[in-house]
Design a protein around this ligand. Structure first.
Ligand SMILES: Cc1ncc(COP(=O)(O)O)c(C=O)c1O
Length: 463
Protein backbone atom coordinates (compact mmCIF):
# COMPACT_ATOMS: atom_id res chain seq x y z
CA UNK A 1 0.00 0.00 0.00
CA UNK A 2 1.30 3.45 -0.89
CA UNK A 3 2.31 5.68 2.04
CA UNK A 4 0.63 9.02 2.61
CA UNK A 5 3.39 11.03 0.93
CA UNK A 6 3.12 8.83 -2.16
CA UNK A 7 -0.65 9.30 -2.08
CA UNK A 8 -0.25 13.06 -1.82
CA UNK A 9 2.25 13.12 -4.66
CA UNK A 10 -0.16 11.23 -6.87
CA UNK A 11 -3.35 13.00 -5.85
CA UNK A 12 -1.94 16.52 -6.04
CA UNK A 13 0.47 15.96 -8.97
CA UNK A 14 0.97 19.11 -11.04
CA UNK A 15 -0.37 21.45 -8.35
CA UNK A 16 3.10 22.69 -7.40
CA UNK A 17 2.89 25.75 -9.65
CA UNK A 18 -0.43 27.13 -8.35
CA UNK A 19 0.63 26.27 -4.78
CA UNK A 20 3.87 28.18 -5.12
CA UNK A 21 2.13 31.01 -6.89
CA UNK A 22 -0.29 31.33 -4.00
CA UNK A 23 1.87 30.57 -0.96
CA UNK A 24 5.55 30.80 -1.88
CA UNK A 25 7.64 32.75 -4.37
CA UNK A 26 5.19 33.91 -7.05
CA UNK A 27 7.95 35.58 -9.03
CA UNK A 28 9.85 32.29 -9.30
CA UNK A 29 6.80 30.71 -10.88
CA UNK A 30 6.56 33.64 -13.30
CA UNK A 31 10.23 33.21 -14.22
CA UNK A 32 9.76 29.50 -14.90
CA UNK A 33 6.65 30.14 -17.01
CA UNK A 34 8.31 32.96 -18.95
CA UNK A 35 11.34 30.90 -19.92
CA UNK A 36 9.33 27.70 -20.42
CA UNK A 37 10.98 25.68 -17.64
CA UNK A 38 7.74 24.39 -16.09
CA UNK A 39 8.00 20.63 -15.82
CA UNK A 40 6.51 18.00 -13.59
CA UNK A 41 9.61 16.10 -12.49
CA UNK A 42 8.72 12.75 -11.00
CA UNK A 43 12.01 10.95 -10.61
CA UNK A 44 15.73 11.61 -10.36
CA UNK A 45 18.74 9.33 -10.68
CA UNK A 46 22.44 10.03 -11.14
CA UNK A 47 22.78 13.07 -13.40
CA UNK A 48 19.27 12.76 -14.79
CA UNK A 49 15.83 14.14 -14.03
CA UNK A 50 12.70 12.47 -15.42
CA UNK A 51 9.40 14.26 -15.98
CA UNK A 52 5.84 12.96 -15.99
CA UNK A 53 5.93 12.77 -19.79
CA UNK A 54 8.77 10.26 -19.51
CA UNK A 55 11.44 12.62 -20.82
CA UNK A 56 14.97 12.42 -19.43
CA UNK A 57 16.91 15.61 -18.69
CA UNK A 58 20.64 16.03 -18.18
CA UNK A 59 20.94 18.00 -14.95
CA UNK A 60 23.97 20.27 -15.19
CA UNK A 61 22.76 22.45 -12.36
CA UNK A 62 22.97 19.58 -9.86
CA UNK A 63 20.94 21.45 -7.24
CA UNK A 64 23.51 24.32 -7.40
CA UNK A 65 26.24 21.72 -6.90
CA UNK A 66 24.71 19.67 -4.10
CA UNK A 67 24.41 16.49 -6.18
CA UNK A 68 28.10 15.92 -6.85
CA UNK A 69 27.66 12.14 -6.37
CA UNK A 70 24.51 12.20 -8.52
CA UNK A 71 20.91 12.26 -7.37
CA UNK A 72 19.59 9.59 -5.05
CA UNK A 73 22.87 7.74 -4.86
CA UNK A 74 21.95 4.23 -3.61
CA UNK A 75 24.85 4.10 -1.12
CA UNK A 76 23.82 7.38 0.48
CA UNK A 77 20.18 6.25 0.48
CA UNK A 78 21.23 3.00 2.19
CA UNK A 79 23.16 4.91 4.86
CA UNK A 80 20.17 7.13 5.55
CA UNK A 81 17.82 4.13 5.72
CA UNK A 82 20.20 2.47 8.17
CA UNK A 83 20.07 5.49 10.46
CA UNK A 84 16.27 5.66 10.32
CA UNK A 85 15.83 1.93 10.81
CA UNK A 86 18.22 1.84 13.76
CA UNK A 87 16.15 4.31 15.83
CA UNK A 88 19.41 6.04 16.76
CA UNK A 89 19.37 8.75 19.40
CA UNK A 90 19.97 11.96 17.45
CA UNK A 91 20.48 15.44 18.95
CA UNK A 92 20.73 14.30 22.56
CA UNK A 93 22.62 17.60 22.97
CA UNK A 94 24.04 16.84 26.43
CA UNK A 95 26.12 14.19 24.67
CA UNK A 96 28.53 13.90 21.76
CA UNK A 97 27.61 11.64 18.86
CA UNK A 98 29.81 9.02 17.24
CA UNK A 99 28.78 9.77 13.67
CA UNK A 100 29.78 13.46 13.88
CA UNK A 101 33.14 12.45 15.37
CA UNK A 102 33.70 10.00 12.54
CA UNK A 103 32.72 12.49 9.84
CA UNK A 104 35.01 15.14 11.36
CA UNK A 105 37.84 12.58 11.33
CA UNK A 106 37.21 11.80 7.66
CA UNK A 107 36.91 15.43 6.61
CA UNK A 108 40.17 16.32 8.36
CA UNK A 109 41.95 13.46 6.62
CA UNK A 110 41.40 15.49 3.41
CA UNK A 111 42.43 18.92 4.76
CA UNK A 112 46.14 18.95 5.64
CA UNK A 113 47.08 21.55 8.25
CA UNK A 114 43.56 21.78 9.69
CA UNK A 115 42.70 20.07 12.95
CA UNK A 116 39.11 20.77 13.98
CA UNK A 117 35.66 20.76 12.42
CA UNK A 118 32.57 22.80 13.21
CA UNK A 119 29.31 21.49 11.73
CA UNK A 120 26.41 23.70 10.61
CA UNK A 121 23.24 23.31 8.54
CA UNK A 122 24.06 25.17 5.34
CA UNK A 123 26.77 26.92 3.43
CA UNK A 124 25.83 30.34 4.74
CA UNK A 125 25.87 29.04 8.31
CA UNK A 126 29.35 27.61 7.76
CA UNK A 127 30.49 31.02 6.53
CA UNK A 128 28.87 32.75 9.53
CA UNK A 129 30.77 30.40 11.84
CA UNK A 130 34.07 31.01 10.03
CA UNK A 131 33.62 34.80 10.28
CA UNK A 132 32.72 34.65 13.96
CA UNK A 133 35.65 32.36 14.73
CA UNK A 134 38.02 34.64 12.83
CA UNK A 135 36.82 37.73 14.69
CA UNK A 136 37.09 36.04 18.06
CA UNK A 137 40.44 34.38 17.45
CA UNK A 138 42.12 37.50 16.09
CA UNK A 139 40.26 40.02 18.27
CA UNK A 140 39.85 42.07 15.10
CA UNK A 141 36.59 43.04 13.41
CA UNK A 142 37.51 43.59 9.76
CA UNK A 143 36.52 41.22 6.99
CA UNK A 144 37.81 41.55 3.44
CA UNK A 145 35.96 39.89 0.57
CA UNK A 146 36.04 40.02 -3.21
CA UNK A 147 34.05 41.79 -5.82
CA UNK A 148 31.55 39.26 -7.26
CA UNK A 149 32.13 36.94 -4.30
CA UNK A 150 29.22 34.84 -3.07
CA UNK A 151 29.15 33.31 0.39
CA UNK A 152 25.45 32.98 1.14
CA UNK A 153 22.62 35.30 2.05
CA UNK A 154 22.44 35.47 5.86
CA UNK A 155 23.59 38.79 7.32
CA UNK A 156 27.27 37.99 7.88
CA UNK A 157 27.62 36.19 4.56
CA UNK A 158 25.54 38.87 2.82
CA UNK A 159 27.85 41.55 4.21
CA UNK A 160 30.62 39.72 2.31
CA UNK A 161 28.61 39.50 -0.91
CA UNK A 162 30.32 41.11 -3.88
CA UNK A 163 27.22 41.67 -5.97
CA UNK A 164 25.06 44.72 -5.16
CA UNK A 165 21.79 43.11 -6.25
CA UNK A 166 21.93 40.80 -3.24
CA UNK A 167 22.82 43.56 -0.76
CA UNK A 168 20.67 46.46 -1.96
CA UNK A 169 17.83 47.32 0.38
CA UNK A 170 18.83 44.89 3.14
CA UNK A 171 21.11 47.30 4.99
CA UNK A 172 22.55 48.27 7.28
CA UNK A 173 24.86 45.32 6.81
CA UNK A 174 27.61 44.39 9.25
CA UNK A 175 30.26 47.02 9.85
CA UNK A 176 33.91 46.36 9.12
CA UNK A 177 33.45 44.61 5.77
CA UNK A 178 35.56 45.82 2.82
CA UNK A 179 35.32 44.75 -0.81
CA UNK A 180 38.41 44.34 -3.00
CA UNK A 181 38.65 43.36 -6.66
CA UNK A 182 39.36 39.65 -7.24
CA UNK A 183 42.90 39.00 -8.52
CA UNK A 184 44.16 42.36 -7.25
CA UNK A 185 46.96 41.68 -4.76
CA UNK A 186 47.83 45.34 -4.31
CA UNK A 187 44.29 46.18 -3.28
CA UNK A 188 44.30 43.21 -0.93
CA UNK A 189 47.54 44.32 0.67
CA UNK A 190 46.18 47.86 1.12
CA UNK A 191 43.08 46.41 2.79
CA UNK A 192 45.10 44.20 5.14
CA UNK A 193 47.92 46.59 5.96
CA UNK A 194 46.09 48.28 8.85
CA UNK A 195 46.32 44.97 10.73
CA UNK A 196 42.68 45.22 11.76
CA UNK A 197 41.31 42.53 9.44
CA UNK A 198 40.21 39.26 11.01
CA UNK A 199 39.60 37.34 7.79
CA UNK A 200 39.96 37.40 4.07
CA UNK A 201 37.19 35.23 2.63
CA UNK A 202 37.47 34.08 -0.97
CA UNK A 203 36.20 31.39 -3.33
CA UNK A 204 39.19 29.74 -5.05
CA UNK A 205 37.16 29.93 -8.27
CA UNK A 206 34.30 32.41 -8.10
CA UNK A 207 30.96 30.69 -8.54
CA UNK A 208 29.22 33.74 -9.95
CA UNK A 209 30.74 34.12 -13.40
CA UNK A 210 33.25 31.29 -12.88
CA UNK A 211 36.13 33.75 -12.61
CA UNK A 212 39.51 32.04 -12.28
CA UNK A 213 42.29 33.23 -10.00
CA UNK A 214 45.57 34.28 -11.62
CA UNK A 215 48.29 31.69 -11.06
CA UNK A 216 49.87 33.58 -8.14
CA UNK A 217 46.72 35.09 -6.64
CA UNK A 218 45.77 32.54 -4.00
CA UNK A 219 49.33 31.70 -2.84
CA UNK A 220 50.20 35.41 -2.62
CA UNK A 221 46.91 36.24 -0.90
CA UNK A 222 47.67 33.52 1.68
CA UNK A 223 51.15 34.99 2.16
CA UNK A 224 49.75 38.49 2.65
CA UNK A 225 47.24 37.16 5.17
CA UNK A 226 50.06 35.56 7.15
CA UNK A 227 52.11 38.76 6.93
CA UNK A 228 49.33 40.90 8.40
CA UNK A 229 47.88 38.38 10.87
CA UNK A 230 44.63 37.86 8.92
CA UNK A 231 43.00 34.44 8.67
CA UNK A 232 42.57 33.09 5.14
CA UNK A 233 39.14 31.50 4.67
CA UNK A 234 38.79 29.46 1.50
CA UNK A 235 35.08 29.19 0.76
CA UNK A 236 34.93 25.79 -0.95
CA UNK A 237 31.18 25.40 -0.59
CA UNK A 238 30.89 25.16 -4.36
CA UNK A 239 34.41 24.24 -5.46
CA UNK A 240 35.11 21.66 -2.77
CA UNK A 241 34.68 17.91 -2.47
CA UNK A 242 36.09 17.12 -5.87
CA UNK A 243 34.20 19.47 -8.15
CA UNK A 244 37.29 21.03 -9.74
CA UNK A 245 39.19 17.75 -10.12
CA UNK A 246 40.96 17.95 -6.75
CA UNK A 247 39.35 17.30 -3.40
CA UNK A 248 39.78 21.01 -2.56
CA UNK A 249 40.28 23.61 -5.26
CA UNK A 250 43.05 25.32 -3.24
CA UNK A 251 45.17 22.22 -3.94
CA UNK A 252 45.54 23.37 -7.57
CA UNK A 253 47.56 26.31 -6.26
CA UNK A 254 49.29 24.59 -3.33
CA UNK A 255 47.55 26.78 -0.77
CA UNK A 256 46.83 25.74 2.82
CA UNK A 257 44.12 28.05 4.16
CA UNK A 258 43.41 28.68 7.86
CA UNK A 259 39.81 27.64 7.33
CA UNK A 260 37.87 25.80 4.63
CA UNK A 261 34.09 26.14 4.48
CA UNK A 262 32.11 23.34 2.85
CA UNK A 263 28.45 22.37 2.43
CA UNK A 264 26.37 21.46 -0.67
CA UNK A 265 27.84 18.13 -1.81
CA UNK A 266 28.83 17.00 1.69
CA UNK A 267 25.56 15.18 2.37
CA UNK A 268 25.05 13.84 -1.15
CA UNK A 269 22.35 16.47 -1.58
CA UNK A 270 19.96 14.82 0.88
CA UNK A 271 20.28 16.63 4.18
CA UNK A 272 21.16 20.28 4.75
CA UNK A 273 24.70 20.42 6.07
CA UNK A 274 27.64 22.76 6.33
CA UNK A 275 31.04 22.61 7.96
CA UNK A 276 34.17 24.59 8.64
CA UNK A 277 37.52 22.84 8.91
CA UNK A 278 40.00 25.05 10.73
CA UNK A 279 43.17 25.25 12.72
CA UNK A 280 43.11 24.20 16.35
CA UNK A 281 44.31 27.59 17.65
CA UNK A 282 41.38 29.50 16.13
CA UNK A 283 38.88 26.86 17.26
CA UNK A 284 40.30 26.65 20.77
CA UNK A 285 40.31 30.42 21.12
CA UNK A 286 36.53 30.40 20.72
CA UNK A 287 35.82 27.31 22.81
CA UNK A 288 38.45 28.18 25.40
CA UNK A 289 36.88 26.83 28.57
CA UNK A 290 33.87 24.84 29.75
CA UNK A 291 31.67 27.89 30.19
CA UNK A 292 32.30 28.75 26.54
CA UNK A 293 31.50 25.24 25.25
CA UNK A 294 28.10 26.35 23.83
CA UNK A 295 29.08 29.86 22.54
CA UNK A 296 28.45 28.91 18.94
CA UNK A 297 26.28 26.13 17.58
CA UNK A 298 22.90 25.25 16.17
CA UNK A 299 20.21 22.77 17.23
CA UNK A 300 20.27 20.57 14.15
CA UNK A 301 24.01 20.72 13.43
CA UNK A 302 25.67 17.29 13.68
CA UNK A 303 22.31 15.50 13.26
CA UNK A 304 22.72 11.82 12.51
CA UNK A 305 21.12 11.94 9.06
CA UNK A 306 23.49 14.65 7.83
CA UNK A 307 26.49 12.95 9.39
CA UNK A 308 25.65 9.51 7.97
CA UNK A 309 25.00 11.02 4.54
CA UNK A 310 28.36 12.80 4.81
CA UNK A 311 30.20 9.59 5.65
CA UNK A 312 28.50 7.76 2.77
CA UNK A 313 29.20 10.62 0.35
CA UNK A 314 32.92 10.71 1.15
CA UNK A 315 33.02 6.93 0.68
CA UNK A 316 31.29 7.19 -2.71
CA UNK A 317 33.67 9.94 -3.83
CA UNK A 318 36.59 7.63 -3.00
CA UNK A 319 35.19 4.30 -4.20
CA UNK A 320 33.94 5.64 -7.53
CA UNK A 321 36.99 7.86 -8.11
CA UNK A 322 34.65 10.75 -8.79
CA UNK A 323 37.35 13.35 -8.18
CA UNK A 324 39.44 11.62 -10.86
CA UNK A 325 36.45 11.59 -13.20
CA UNK A 326 35.88 15.31 -12.57
CA UNK A 327 39.53 15.98 -13.44
CA UNK A 328 39.71 13.79 -16.55
CA UNK A 329 36.28 14.18 -18.13
CA UNK A 330 35.96 17.78 -16.95
CA UNK A 331 39.21 18.82 -18.60
CA UNK A 332 38.32 16.95 -21.79
CA UNK A 333 34.96 18.76 -21.97
CA UNK A 334 36.66 22.12 -21.36
CA UNK A 335 39.17 21.39 -24.11
CA UNK A 336 36.41 20.44 -26.56
CA UNK A 337 34.58 23.68 -25.71
CA UNK A 338 37.82 25.62 -26.27
CA UNK A 339 38.13 24.01 -29.71
CA UNK A 340 34.55 25.04 -30.40
CA UNK A 341 35.29 28.65 -29.44
CA UNK A 342 37.50 29.03 -32.52
CA UNK A 343 34.45 28.39 -34.74
CA UNK A 344 31.92 30.77 -33.20
CA UNK A 345 32.30 34.53 -32.99
CA UNK A 346 29.88 34.86 -30.07
CA UNK A 347 31.85 32.36 -27.98
CA UNK A 348 34.77 34.34 -26.57
CA UNK A 349 36.19 32.25 -23.79
CA UNK A 350 35.86 28.99 -21.89
CA UNK A 351 36.59 29.07 -18.18
CA UNK A 352 36.64 26.61 -15.34
CA UNK A 353 38.23 23.52 -13.91
CA UNK A 354 36.94 19.97 -13.79
CA UNK A 355 33.18 19.92 -13.42
CA UNK A 356 32.83 23.68 -13.00
CA UNK A 357 32.60 25.05 -16.50
CA UNK A 358 31.61 28.31 -18.12
CA UNK A 359 31.07 29.54 -21.64
CA UNK A 360 31.68 33.25 -21.93
CA UNK A 361 29.87 35.00 -24.76
CA UNK A 362 30.60 38.44 -26.15
CA UNK A 363 29.97 40.80 -29.08
CA UNK A 364 30.42 39.29 -32.55
CA UNK A 365 32.58 40.73 -35.34
CA UNK A 366 30.12 40.69 -38.24
CA UNK A 367 27.97 43.82 -38.59
CA UNK A 368 24.58 42.12 -38.86
CA UNK A 369 25.07 40.04 -35.70
CA UNK A 370 26.58 43.03 -33.92
CA UNK A 371 23.34 45.00 -34.28
CA UNK A 372 21.25 42.17 -32.87
CA UNK A 373 23.72 41.72 -29.98
CA UNK A 374 23.56 45.43 -29.16
CA UNK A 375 19.76 45.43 -29.12
CA UNK A 376 19.74 42.50 -26.69
CA UNK A 377 22.36 44.09 -24.43
CA UNK A 378 20.47 47.39 -24.49
CA UNK A 379 17.32 45.63 -23.29
CA UNK A 380 19.19 43.78 -20.55
CA UNK A 381 22.87 42.93 -20.27
CA UNK A 382 23.37 39.17 -20.27
CA UNK A 383 20.23 38.37 -22.26
CA UNK A 384 22.09 36.49 -25.01
CA UNK A 385 22.87 33.77 -22.49
CA UNK A 386 19.21 32.96 -22.14
CA UNK A 387 19.11 32.32 -25.89
CA UNK A 388 21.51 29.49 -25.04
CA UNK A 389 20.09 28.11 -21.79
CA UNK A 390 16.44 28.14 -22.93
CA UNK A 391 16.88 26.11 -26.15
CA UNK A 392 19.40 23.88 -24.37
CA UNK A 393 16.59 23.03 -21.99
CA UNK A 394 13.54 23.01 -24.25
CA UNK A 395 15.08 21.40 -27.30
CA UNK A 396 17.94 19.34 -25.87
CA UNK A 397 16.66 18.69 -22.32
CA UNK A 398 19.78 20.02 -20.63
CA UNK A 399 19.30 21.99 -17.42
CA UNK A 400 21.91 24.73 -17.00
CA UNK A 401 22.10 28.28 -15.70
CA UNK A 402 23.34 31.73 -16.48
CA UNK A 403 26.28 32.37 -14.20
CA UNK A 404 25.32 35.72 -12.73
CA UNK A 405 23.42 38.95 -13.19
CA UNK A 406 24.17 41.07 -16.23
CA UNK A 407 26.92 38.89 -17.65
CA UNK A 408 26.90 36.67 -20.71
CA UNK A 409 28.21 33.53 -19.05
CA UNK A 410 26.53 30.13 -19.21
CA UNK A 411 27.56 27.77 -16.44
CA UNK A 412 27.59 24.00 -16.09
CA UNK A 413 27.94 22.38 -12.69
CA UNK A 414 27.45 18.70 -13.53
CA UNK A 415 27.35 15.83 -11.07
CA UNK A 416 30.84 14.32 -10.94
CA UNK A 417 29.27 11.08 -12.19
CA UNK A 418 28.93 12.51 -15.72
CA UNK A 419 29.81 10.03 -18.48
CA UNK A 420 31.40 10.30 -21.93
CA UNK A 421 28.00 9.92 -23.55
CA UNK A 422 26.60 12.74 -21.38
CA UNK A 423 29.55 14.84 -22.50
CA UNK A 424 28.67 14.10 -26.14
CA UNK A 425 25.04 15.03 -25.40
CA UNK A 426 26.22 18.35 -23.92
CA UNK A 427 28.79 19.24 -26.56
CA UNK A 428 26.54 18.32 -29.50
CA UNK A 429 23.65 20.33 -28.05
CA UNK A 430 25.74 23.40 -27.26
CA UNK A 431 27.22 23.33 -30.75
CA UNK A 432 23.75 23.26 -32.32
CA UNK A 433 22.32 26.01 -30.11
CA UNK A 434 25.31 28.33 -30.48
CA UNK A 435 25.35 27.73 -34.25
CA UNK A 436 21.64 28.68 -34.37
CA UNK A 437 22.36 32.05 -32.76
CA UNK A 438 24.97 32.74 -35.44
CA UNK A 439 22.29 32.61 -38.14
CA UNK A 440 20.96 35.95 -36.91
CA UNK A 441 17.33 35.00 -37.65
CA UNK A 442 14.94 32.17 -36.86
CA UNK A 443 13.29 30.80 -33.72
CA UNK A 444 16.15 31.58 -31.39
CA UNK A 445 16.18 35.27 -32.36
CA UNK A 446 12.38 35.38 -32.07
CA UNK A 447 12.97 34.15 -28.52
CA UNK A 448 15.59 36.89 -28.10
CA UNK A 449 13.05 39.53 -29.15
CA UNK A 450 10.46 38.16 -26.72
CA UNK A 451 13.00 38.16 -23.88
CA UNK A 452 14.06 41.70 -24.72
CA UNK A 453 10.39 42.75 -24.64
CA UNK A 454 9.96 41.24 -21.15
CA UNK A 455 13.17 42.91 -19.96
CA UNK A 456 12.09 46.33 -21.22
CA UNK A 457 8.69 45.94 -19.54
CA UNK A 458 10.37 45.12 -16.21
CA UNK A 459 12.70 48.09 -16.57
CA UNK A 460 9.78 50.33 -17.35
CA UNK A 461 8.05 49.12 -14.18
CA UNK A 462 5.26 47.52 -16.20
CA UNK A 463 5.74 43.96 -14.99
C1 LIG B 1 30.81 29.65 -2.57
C2 LIG B 1 29.52 29.60 -1.83
N1 LIG B 1 29.50 29.96 -0.54
C3 LIG B 1 28.37 29.92 0.17
C4 LIG B 1 27.17 29.54 -0.40
C5 LIG B 1 25.91 29.52 0.43
O1 LIG B 1 25.50 28.21 0.67
P1 LIG B 1 23.99 27.94 1.09
O2 LIG B 1 23.14 28.25 -0.09
O3 LIG B 1 23.97 26.49 1.49
O4 LIG B 1 23.70 28.83 2.25
C6 LIG B 1 27.14 29.17 -1.73
C7 LIG B 1 25.88 28.78 -2.38
O5 LIG B 1 25.72 28.80 -3.55
C8 LIG B 1 28.35 29.20 -2.47
O6 LIG B 1 28.38 28.86 -3.75
Amino acid sequence: MAGFIQELLEKRAGEQFPLHEAHLNTQMVRVLRTIGFERNYVEAREQYLFDAAGDRYLDLLAGFGAFAVGRNHPKVVAALREVLDADLPSLVQMDVSLLSGLLAEEVLATTPGLDKVFFANSGAEAVEAALKFARYATRRSGVVYCDRGYHGLTFGALSANGDDIFQDGFGPLLPGFARVPFNDLEALERALAGRDVAAFVVEPIQGHGVFMPDADYLPEAARLCRKYGTLFIADEIQTGLGRTGKMWAVEHWGVEPDMITMAKALSGGFVPVGAVALRKDAFDAVFSNMVRAPVHGSTFAKNNLAMAAGLATLRVLREEDLVGNAARLGESILQRFRDMATEFEFLHEVRGKGMMQALVFGPPKSTKLKISWKLLEAAQPGLYCQMITIPLFKKHRILSQTAGHGINVVKFLPPLTLTESDADWLLGSVREVVADTHRGTGAVWDLGKTLAGHALKIRGGRS
